[in-house]
Design a protein around this ligand. Structure first.
Ligand code: ADP
Length: 554
């Protein structure tokens, strides 16, 4: 017997057509480099994305050709997300925060034939163009200035299309987009997505117990469109017809907050560092901005400190933590209190739940693998998170498959270390490379950072392992205080000591003006480790004190 169901392939262009048919009048608002607002809608988005698809084919794009983009979040990037895919090309978002040599390496490795670039980013392109073989460069004239000779003007490029065009043949497993990992822990590697992977990811992401997006929302993605598909927001927005508010290059809280107010934003998303800054600005200016009640913020990319979740809760805003990576499209888990927990969850338990990385979303399988095999979901046993599912990569583009990344039985090794509780909530303790091994015991840098960031005077904290002659490694905390606040090392040590065993408390607290960031806004711990590699532990650690409390190496 066979099923009687149609085998209609899953295809992202269905969302483009649906958006044009159903949501034509819904707005797409973009902030331009000069801070003016550009207003468009889904009717225009649909029309122009199709014109772009036609123009790319006219320019010689063959199925599977890579089209790089070097752009901020705005209407033309959104159009490109769909126009490139509709043309049969592969949308390759380049991360403009990387060093030019790295962008050049990535554009070359991906073999980008075309590039769509913001005019304001042309100086960056000039710095890496010799490293890549880009044949045609299409410039988006965001500033309205004439496009320099030798480059195509995006408006003229799509303006020459007739609109008499139809989609090329495609299969749901065709490549449609690619992203490179941001290289926090190694050389960037390319992940290639398909129609099928992104359609399923979008559906799962929008479920109420997942991120829970709706056409009634107004979404402001702070996460760049050049990072991990902007967490799938462009696809979800088109599917649902959700009003989009795109912040362009202006990502400071002083720029975001007025935009959130004026455009009535209900959902936003970005890495914790964005929200750490915003919480401070909001606390310093109570009532200054009239934001929508119950605003939700999807936060991921790094662990979200519980203190931050509590700060926003006091402001009437809800943080929803998600976990994932470029390799997982990226959404793999979401943290929301669930119906399997008691109805009368205390505030402490609710916040503790929201501070986990959450449960796997439907269609993602997740397991914890320790040295002695798969670990039980008892909230205690720790191991590496391994995942499997329709939007999890099974390989890297043009890189030899290695046992460091994939298991023999076909799971992705994430390099994140976690325990899973009986209800399926994942609690990450660290990235394998960030764990601190002191006297034979593992110390979680994430737990320490969260605790330190719980101190009212602390804005940000990163904890790293620093070599130590006796204990092999000891934790060192790098701390940024809130504007106008002061706190001493002794106070912080005493504060952390109430929550951790004595041997886990950092031996040094270093106060700095800013913690270096990765290209995607995470704490750049590799740089900190280099900076403090030769740190002299002074005053010398009291061996007696440590010996009393450190479980000796096994
Ligand atoms: P990179 O690997 O270069 O940092 P990604 O953006 O793909 O680029 O990062 C994925 C990693 O980010 C995960 O493996 C994990 O270590 C970290 N991460 C993502 N979300 C969370 C979260 N909610 N809590 C803790 N770590 C997270």
């Amino acid at each position: 017997m066979q099923s009687t169901m149609m085998r209609t392939p899953l295809n992202l262009c269905h969302f483009l057509e649906r958006a044009g048919q159903r949501f034509g009048s819904v707005e797409i608002v973009s902030r331009m480099p000069d801070k003016s607002l550009h207003r468009s809608n889904y009717r225009e988005f649909h029309r122009r994305a199709r014109l772009l698809a036609e123009a790319l084919q006219r320019a010689g794009l063959r199925k599977g050709d890579r089209v790089g983009t070097l752009m901020w979040n705005h209407y033309a990037h959104f159009e490109s997300y769909f126009g490139v895919i509709a043309s049969g090309g592969v949308m390759h978002t380049l991360n403009l925060r990387l060093a030019p040599a790295d962008i050049g390496f990535i554009a070359n490795h991906a073999q980008d034939r075309f590039l769509i670039v913001d005019d304001v980013l042309l100086p960056l392109f000039e710095q890496f163009k010799a490293l890549a073989n880009i044949e045609q460069v299409i410039v988006v004239p965001l500033t309205g200035k004439p496009v320099p000779d030798g480059y195509l003007d995006y408006e003229a490029f799509i303006g020459a299309s007739t609109g008499d065009w139809d989609y090329p043949e495609s299969d749901e497993n065709d490549p449609i987009a690619m992203c490179y990992t941001s290289g926090t822990t190694g050389r960037p590697k390319g992940v290639v997505y398909s129609h099928r992977s992104q359609v399923l990811h979008t559906l799962s992401q929008c479920l109420p117990d997942s991120i829970g997006l709706s056409g009634r929302d107004v979404i402001l993605p702070v996460v760049p469109m050049f990072h991990a598909n902007a967490w799938g927001i462009p696809y979800a927005a088109a599917m649902l017809g959700t009003k989009l508010v795109l912040p362009g290059p202006h990502l400071h809280p002083d720029d975001l907050l007025p935009l959130m107010e004026s455009e009535k934003v209900t959902v936003s998303c970005g890495v914790p560092t964005i929200w750490l800054g915003m919480a401070q600005v909001l606390e310093r200016n109570p009532g200054k901005w009239k934001l929508q009640p119950g605003i939700r913020m999807m936060v991921g990319g790094a662990a979200v400190p519980e203190a931050l979740i509590r700060s926003f809760d006091r402001l009437g805003m809800t943080i929803i933590q998600g976990w994932g990576m470029t390799e997982t499209s990226p959404l793999a888990t979401v943290a929301k209190p669930t119906h399997t927990q008691p109805d009368d969850l205390s505030d402490d338990d609710r916040f503790a739940t929201m501070a986990t990385q959450g449960y796997a979303v439907p269609l993602v399988d997740l397991r914890i693998m320790g040295d002695d095999g798969e670990q039980p979901w008892d909230g205690k046993a720790v191991g590496e998170i391994q995942v499997r599912g329709p939007w999890i990569t099974a390989d890297y583009h043009d890189v030899e498959r290695s046992a460091d990344s994939f298991t023999d039985d076909g799971w992705l090794r994430t390099g994140d270390v976690a325990a899973v509780g009986p209800l399926g909530f994942v609690k990450i303790t660290d990235r394998t490379k960030d764990l601190i091994k002191s006297g034979g015991e593992w110390i979680s840098s994430v737990d320490l950072e969260n605790a330190i960031m719980g101190h009212p005077a602390v804005a940000e904290a990163a904890v790293i392992a620093v070599p130590h002659p006796k204990w092999s490694e000891r934790p060192l905390a790098v701390v940024v205080t809130k504007t106008g606040a002061t706190v001493s090392s002794e106070e912080l040590r005493a504060f952390v000591a109430t929550k951790f065993a004595k041997w886990a408390v950092p031996d040094a607290f270093i106060f700095v003006d800013a913690i270096p960031r990765t290209s995607t806004g995470k704490f750049l711990k590799t740089r900190l480790r280099e900076q403090f590699r030769d740190w002299q532990w002074e005053p010398p650690l009291s061996n007696e004190a440590l010996l009393m409390s450190v479980p000796l190496a096994r």
